[in-house]
Design a protein. Structure first.
Length: 728
């Protein structure tokens, strides 16, 4: 027998509501997965419903596997319940009846990469020369299919000025997929809907079979997914939907919030049950989350609550700039790890844009705190960052074959793989470096005249960069390389991907500017040496690490301590998602999801000045912070955080690389700005040891903050109360 007494009253009500349409509004941390699995178990164990007549639809393969595992523990192996994602469900249905639509049962399912290759081939055949057109058309085709529109229908509705060309490609794409007996991911939904509409006997077969239908994350369903589910549920009327409109954050991916908000309109007899008891967060965190989300109009009236102890206060911190913000956040983490014996895996730093992770990553390395960028690459592992660094490497070292091969056709300049393969072959045959071929008599060395001419385009760019290298300071030359190479033109589009890549390059340039500021007179070689040494020691071998992530990537996860960062207007809420009331409400839901990831401690941080989009931005504090603070702390008194540290105005210093000892002697022998050490056990001129950077010398102290010069790495700024330093 299954023990249903472990469920609270609202959960038991939901589990036992077996007839008709039911909408369960499951707030964050309220146990929705438990309700879903217990409800299915209740139908089988108590109501004696055959398992094969029960359908459960999830949104990710991970959720599918988790539900299957839970059901197996409760009901035994091979429970017989059909648990799958929407796409898997549709693929399974189509395998049985695709022949009715003109496909064979063994049709191919094209991945996004497969679809892109088809589109590029069609575009090339049509001689269309529009930048990134394959990606643009791919977006429109997916959008059209989500709306269930044919090329002709979309041509009439599409507001894009390239609508005619887009829909011509869409039409050709559809023809090619049909000829190849293939479907893309969107087709799995579209073709299933079409199958049900045109062949009622197929719909009836499945509608009859599934007596009870369950849908998880209902707030994330698209209109097409809603239609398919409604068609399947119409015969018996037993649709059990679980979701939370306050956590609907995928509107940009086709999620239709009206599906959950209009549930009562679509199913007038539906029962609505609210799960408001939270088992994750403290009352203080829930008060903050409720204070935020109640500002949205497109939602049901519900409030999360818990009977747990109040917990610590929600901290709100407004830094002078983004560097100080990162120092504060990582300083807090280092302090809690050291003083409260917390594990790194209990922390998460959440950002709205991946590009904002750089400063936090840098501080993590300074304090020797292991971290992982969840759902993405660490900053220096991102393709566009590695591409720009490869230009710098090639300029510093013309014999760096790997760097040259990476940049010859980056950004794209019509130098194909065949040309690069011939270049590598000629260099190998002649026993020379790639650069020796590039900058020598290419045809005499064996390159074909046609390919030699193509490579000249790159040579012209490279020599222009080389000629300016000694004519500019480091930070100006670094930007000059990026501009002349064409990165900003390459990422000039208005898509999220272009914005993210452009911002990553801007963040790299700002990092170089900070390095130049901290190490006056430093060269490009010295910057690259610093990056190489840091990257080489970047990964601490441990299973325990702080998570740095965008909010979207951690939906469904939870952490003891969460820092929601970058809380300024045009950052969070995002500049590109704040053009309408609906977009602002979705941004507020993203913020709500971020806050409700926290179990014990929640920090909301912002900065008065932040480097973004190629310049320092002075944005007001996010309206979301104001909404929370106004309810939690109406007097708005400032509360002193545990650690305050800013290195925004780093003192001008002499060049420190490579002779640190010579530099330190010159500073110690002169007058220092300050020698006060606060509570830290170090004084000016001390040699100290850092677990990652090795031995350095303290060259300046201001309170608990110190500037330390490390051989080969330049000057690094630390808060000595929490930094992992010891006397050398």
């Amino acid at each position: 027998m299954i023990d249903f007494s472990v469920l609270n009253e609202a959960q038991q009500t939901a589990v036992r509501a077996t007839e008709g349409a039911v909408l369960v509004l499951a707030g964050a941390g309220s146990g929705k997965t438990r309700v879903l699995t217990y409800r299915i178990a209740y139908l089988i164990d108590e109501k004696k419903i055959p398992a094969y007549r029960i359908l459960a639809i999830t949104f990710t393969n991970k959720a599918t596997n988790e539900m299957k595992e839970r059901l197996e523990k409760m009901l035994g192996e091979n429970s017989g319940v059909w648990v799958s994602t929407f796409h898997s469900l549709c693929a399974r249905i189509l395998r049985g009846d695709a022949e009715k639509l003109g496909y064979t049962k063994n049709f191919t399912i094209y991945s996004d990469q497969d679809s892109e290759r088809v589109l590029k081939r069609i575009i090339a055949n049509k001689h269309i020369e529009i930048k990134d057109f394959a990606s643009k058309v791919g977006y429109h085709i997916s959008n059209a299919k989500t709306l269930c529109m044919s090329p002709d229908e979309y041509r009439r509705e599409c507001g894009d000025f390239n609508a005619g060309v887009i829909c011509d490609v869409y039409e050709a794409y559809e023809e090619e997929l049909k000829a190849a007996n293939a479907m893309d991911y969107d087709d799995l939904l579209v073709k299933t809907y079409k199958l049900f509409e045109e062949f009622p006997e197929v719909l009836n077969k499945y509608a009859e079979r599934f007596l009870y239908i369950h849908i998880d994350e209902y707030q994330d369903t698209s209109r097409l997914q809603y239609l398919i589910a409604s068609m399947l549920a119409k015969k018996h009327g037993n649709l059990f939907a679980v979701g939370d409109e306050d956590q609907s954050i995928y509107g940009w991916r086709g999620a239709d919030l009206s599906n959950i908000l209009d549930f009562k309109k679509d199913f007038p007899e539906a029962e609505i049950i609210k799960l408001e008891q939270n088992y994750r967060s403290t009352p203080n965190i829930l008060r903050a989350a409720n204070a935020l989300i109640e500002n949205n109009e497109g939602r049901f009236d519900k409030k999360l609550w818990t009977d747990a102890e109040a917990g610590v206060r929600v901290e709100i911190y407004n830094a002078g700039d983004d560097r100080e913000e990162a120092e504060y956040v990582v300083g807090q983490i280092a302090s809690l790890i050291r003083n409260k014996k917390q594990s790194p895996k209990e922390f998460a730093i959440l950002v709205r844009l991946n590009a904002l992770s750089r400063k936090f990553e840098e501080r993590m390395r300074l304090y020797n705190v292991p971290y992982k960028v969840y759902g993405g690459f660490k900053f220096f592992d991102r393709k566009e960052v590695k591409d720009v660094l490869a230009y710098y490497r090639a300029i510093v070292n013309p014999r760096d074959n790997d760097a040259f091969l990476r940049i010859i056709n980056t950004p794209k300049r019509k130098i194909g793989d065949a040309t690069i393969e011939e270049l590598v072959y000629v260099a190998s045959v002649n026993g020379v470096n790639v650069s020796d071929v590039l900058f020598g008599d290419m045809t005499a060395l064996g390159m074909s005249p046609k390919n030699a001419q193509k490579l000249k385009v790159f040579n012209d760019i490279y020599f222009k960069l080389l000629s300016e290298r000694d004519q500019m300071p480091l930070k100006e030359f670094a930007r000059f390389v990026v501009e002349e190479a064409g990165f900003f033109i390459e990422f000039a589009g208005d898509k999220e991907e272009d914005l993210a890549r452009r911002e990553n390059v801007n963040q790299l340039l700002e990092g170089i500017e900070e390095f130049a500021k901290d190490n006056e007179g430093a060269s490009l070689e010295e910057y690259l040496q610093s990056v190489a040494l840091l990257s080489d020691s970047d990964d601490i071998q441990t299973d325990e690490f702080v998570t740095i992530s965008t909010v979207h990537s951690v939906k469904g996860l939870e952490f003891d301590t969460v820092f929601v960062t970058g809380l300024e207007e045009n950052v969070f809420p995002s500049q590109s998602h704040s053009k309408s009331k609906a977009e602002i409400e979705e941004e507020r839901r993203v913020m709500y999801v971020a806050m409700t990831r926290a179990k014990k401690r929640l920090y909301l941080t912002s900065a008065k000045a932040r480097f973004m989009y190629g310049s320092t931005q002075f944005n007001p504090r996010s309206r979301f912070v104001e909404e929370v603070e106004g309810k939690l702390y109406p007097d708005k008194k400032s509360f002193a955080p545990v650690i305050r540290a800013s290195f925004s105005e780093s003192p001008k210093t002499e060049r420190v690389i490579p002779d640190v000892n010579k530099y330190v002697r010159s500073v110690v022998g002169g007058s220092a700005p300050s020698s006060r050490t606060g509570n830290a056990p170090f004084k000016l001129g001390d040699k100290v040891k850092h677990p990652r950077y090795g031995v350095g010398r303290i060259i300046q102290i201001n309170g608990d903050n110190a500037s330390i010069a490390f051989d080969g790495l330049g000057i690094k700024q630390f808060n000595m109360k929490v930094a992992p330093l010891e006397k050398a």
